[in-house]
Design a protein around this ligand. Structure first.
Ligand SMILES: [Zn+2]
Length: 381
C-alpha cells in the first residue's frame, strides 16, 4: 500500500526558484511531470536549492512526488515560477489570471503563479510515471484538500500545466487524457490503490531511448554543446561539425522549455546537447571509438528562396553575429557566423523568442536564417 510519506525540506530563498512572495490566494493546484528521467524528489531538491542558482534559470514547484516520498520544497503559502514560463500558448485558463502590482507580468495577462500550488510527478528512467508515484500524487492531492478546503472540488481545482499555458506537461497526461482522469478519480477515491498497469507511457516524440551505447550525432554544422545543462552562451563548451557526435547518451534532462541529452565523449567527459531531432540523430549501433564523419553528407535540399526586401549591415557585435536556424536564441542551431560590417539580404523581421530586439529573417547560403535584431542595421533595397 502506498503511503503519503510527506516530508518538508525547504530550499533556500533565492530569486530563481523561491522568490518568497506570498500567494494572493490559493485557487488551484497545477500538476506537472518533471520530464527529468530517473531523477527523484531528492535530486530535485538539490537542483532547485543549488543548480538552478548556478545556472540562473527561473523555475520551481512546491511538492515533488516520487515512488518513495512526497517532498515539500517551498512553503505552501509562497509562490514560485511553475506555470508562467512563457509557455507555448500564453495563459489559457481565464480563471487563473491574477494581476498584482508587486508581480507585474510582461503582457499584463495575469499570472497563474500567484494562485497556484505546483505539484511535480517524478519520472522513471524509462520515461514512465511509476504507479506508486501516481498513487502518491493522489494522496498529496487529498492532503492538500484536507488542509485547504477550497480545493475539495477536485474537477475544478486541480489542473494540468497544459490547461494553464498549453505546455506539453505532464506529457503522458496530455497525450492520454484518460490517465489524467484516472488521477482525478484516485484523488476522489476513499482508498487510493496504485493502478496495476504501468502508468503513463510517454508520447512518441519524446521516447527516444537513451541506452548507454547510443551515439548522438549532429545533423548540422556548428551545433553547440554545453558544459552544463544550460542554453547559456557562457556554458558553450564547443561546436560539433555535421556528422560528428558523442558515443554515449546517458539520459535526457529538461532545460527550461526544451531538452538536452547528457552525453559522454570517448574520454568519458560529460556534456549536454539538444535532443531535437532536427539537429541530432540517435544511433543505436555504436560506431568506431571516436567521433567520425558520415560517408557522404546529402546535398541540402534547394529551398524555395525567400525574397529579399533589403539588407542589413552587421553592427554592434564584437566580431561576428550568429545566423540561427530559428528565431529563438535558446533553442536554435547555428547556421554560421557573419562578420561585423558585412551585409546580409533580409526577407523580413520576426518577434521570435528570447530576444528583446526580435530577429531579422535573413537569407544565408540561400537558406532562411535569423539574426538578433540589434545586430543588424536595415537598409531597404
Ligand atoms: Zn509543467
Amino acid at each position: 500500500m502506498v503511503k503519503l510519506n510527506y516530508k518538508v525540506k525547504h530550499i533556500r530563498k533565492n530569486k530563481y526558484s523561491r522568490p518568497g512572495f506570498k500567494l494572493l490566494r490559493l485557487q488551484a493546484v497545477t500538476e506537472h511531470w518533471t520530464a527529468n528521467y530517473g531523477a527523484t524528489a531528492e535530486n530535485h531538491f538539490v537542483y532547485f536549492d543549488e543548480t538552478i542558482i548556478q545556472i540562473g534559470r527561473y523555475a520551481g514547484a512546491h511538492i515533488f512526488v516520487d515512488r518513495f516520498q512526497a517532498l515539500e520544497l517551498i512553503p505552501l503559502d509562497e509562490g514560485t515560477f511553475g506555470a508562467n514560463d512563457g509557455g507555448t500558448a500564453g495563459l489559457k485558463l481565464a480563471t487563473l489570471r491574477a494581476t498584482d502590482s508587486r508581480y507585474p507580468t510582461i503582457d499584463g495577462e495575469g499570472n497563474a503563479n500567484l494562485l497556484c500550488i505546483h505539484v511535480e510527478m517524478c519520472v522513471e528512467e524509462d520515461g514512465t510515471i511509476h504507479p506508486d508515484t501516481l498513487a502518491r500524487t493522489a494522496l498529496v492531492n487529498q492532503y492538500l484538500q484536507k488542509k485547504f478546503p477550497q480545493l475539495k472540488d477536485t474537477e475544478n481545482r486541480f489542473v494540468r500545466h497544459f490547461d494553464v499555458t498549453g505546455k506539453n506537461c505532464p506529457a503522458p497526461m496530455v497525450s492520454n487524457p484518460s490517465l489524467w482522469k484516472e488521477l482525478l478519480r484516485m484523488t476522489d477515491a476513499k482508498v487510493v490503490v496504485p493502478p496495476s498497469k504501468p502508468a503513463a507511457i510517454e508520447p512518441k516524440e519524446e521516447s527516444t531511448p537513451t541506452h548507454k551505447t547510443n551515439w548522438v550525432r549532429s545533423k548540422v554544422n556548428d551545433l553547440r554543446y554545453y558544459s552544463k545543462p544550460s542554453w547559456n552562451d557562457k556554458h558553450v563548451a564547443g561546436r560539433l561539425p555535421k556528422g560528428y557526435g558523442f558515443p554515449q547518451a546517458v539520459r535526457k534532462v529538461r532545460v527550461e522549455d526544451a531538452w538536452q541529452y547528457e552525453v559522454k565523449n570517448s574520454k568519458g567527459e560529460t556534456y549536454y546537447v539538444t535532443t531535437s531531432s532536427k539537429y541530432v540523430t540517435v544511433e543505436h549501433t555504436p560506431a568506431t571509438s571516436t567521433a567520425q564523419k558520415p560517408d557522404k553528407p546529402k546535398p541540402a535540399p534547394k529551398p524555395k528562396g525567400p525574397k529579399a526586401i533589403g539588407r542589413i549591415k552587421i553592427v554592434k557585435v564584437k566580431s561576428a553575429a550568429y545566423v540561427q536556424d530559428r528565431p529563438d536564441r535558446k533553442v536554435s542551431g547555428v547556421l554560421g557566423q557573419v562578420k561585423r560590417g558585412s551585409y546580409l539580404e533580409v526577407a523580413g523581421s520576426v518577434e521570435g523568442k528570447n530576444s528583446e530586439s526580435g530577429y531579422w529573417e535573413v537569407i544565408y547560403n540561400r537558406k532562411r536564417g535569423y539574426v538578433t535584431g540589434e545586430f543588424g542595421k536595415y537598409e531597404p533595397h
